[in-house]
Every structure is written in structure tokens, then in C-alpha cells.
Design a protein around this ligand. Structure first.
Ligand SMILES: [Fe+2]
Length: 191
């Protein structure tokens, strides 16, 4: 038994806690989250439950914020034709899994030298289809955008910590201008 009503989610949290307890080197630790998140987004019960989650732009649901290891598990419910601005997640890692629907992920290389404040030049590095069941690893400071490719999509995020406590860079691909953001509106959701 755990604190959540979906058994696969309880198992996921227990597995992550055991994984973080190993105190692995940073990259190994975060890449090691992938198989646990893959198992979670393959769970049909969680997928069914997620169909009732309200779809709202600019919102991230708080599913779990770990008291001991500080990792954060969130959910994003994308609108039809959701287009994210290119952004990074500052100094944090994100492991990103598509639970329902389809998305398309863009990853960019920064090709300027960073010498002009408030400006960045990005070049598309990879564009990949992200159907249900896809897990992506987003390391710190990597510009990317996750866009919807179906009327509705649901993604589960595993992050270093709760968003809002660190700056993220927002990139305007047309003008090259950059700005900072503290992330989306956080709303608790029982799972
Ligand atoms: Fe992102």
C-alpha cells in the first residue's frame, strides 16, 4: 500500500525512491529514471484515470513532490495544436513521458557564443515524433519544445525539484530574443 490510489503510481514512487537512494552520479541517476517512467506510462489504469484530468494551457499538475529526495512528478495536459515556445529548464533535469495522445519534440543547439545579453541563436538539432509511450530525457540548459500532435495529450514529468524555484530561459525563434520564466501554474492533483 502507498499513499496513491493508482497502484502503478505507488510502485513508481517507491521505485524512484529506491533509485535515488543509490545516490548515483548525476547523469546516471537521471538517465536511470527512464525505465521506471516507461513502466508508468505503459499502465492502462493510469491512462484511463488521466482522461478525466482537465486540459488547460499554462498549468502543470503536481502529482508528487518527494519529501526526502526532492524530485517532482508532474502532469501536463495539452490542448489541441499546443505549441510550446522553445525553452530550457535551467539547471534542472526533466524526464518526460507521453502517457496519452501524440506529441512532437524539437531539440535545439545554441549556435551563438552567448556574448549578447538577451539574445540567443538556436538551430534545430532533432525533430522527433513522440507517440504514447515515448520517454525523453531533457538535461539541464538544453533548449527544446514539446508540441501537441493530437487533439489532447498527457505527459508525465519527473523533475529535479518543484518548478518555480529556478529561472528557465524562453527563446523567441523568430527574433532571437530571450527572456526568463519561473514555469507554469502549479495545481495539486490527487492520483
Ligand atoms: Fe520543457
Amino acid at each position: 500500500m502507498g499513499q496513491y490510489s493508482v497502484p502503478a503510481f505507488n510502485k513508481f514512487i517507491a521505485d524512484l525512491q529506491a533509485h535515488f537512494a543509490k545516490n548515483l552520479p548525476e547523469t546516471e541517476q537521471w538517465e536511470g529514471v527512464q525505465p521506471f517512467l516507461k513502466a508508468l506510462i505503459d499502465d492502462e489504469q493510469l491512462r484511463e484515470v488521466s482522461k478525466s484530468w482537465e486540459r488547460k494551457k499554462g498549468r502543470e499538475y503536481i502529482l508528487h513532490h518527494d519529501a526526502e529526495y526532492d524530485f517532482f512528478v508532474g502532469a501536463l495536459v495539452r490542448e489541441p495544436k499546443h505549441m510550446a515556445n522553445a525553452h530550457d529548464h535551467g539547471p534542472t533535469w526533466t524526464i518526460y513521458g507521453v502517457l496519452d495522445g501524440e506529441e512532437v519534440t524539437h531539440v535545439y543547439d545554441r549556435v551563438d557564443d552567448g556574448s549578447k545579453p538577451g539574445f540567443a541563436k538556436l538551430k534545430l538539432k532533432v525533430r522527433s515524433e513522440a507517440p504514447t509511450g515515448t520517454v525523453d530525457v531533457v538535461p539541464p540548459h538544453i533548449p527544446h519544445a514539446e508540441n501537441g500532435a493530437s487533439p489532447r495529450s498527457v505527459a508525465i514529468t519527473v523533475r529535479t525539484t518543484k518548478p518555480g524555484s529556478y529561472d528557465q530561459i524562453m527563446f523567441n525563434l523568430k527574433t532571437g530574443k530571450t527572456g526568463t520564466s519561473r514555469g507554469l501554474e502549479l495545481v495539486p492533483l490527487a492520483v
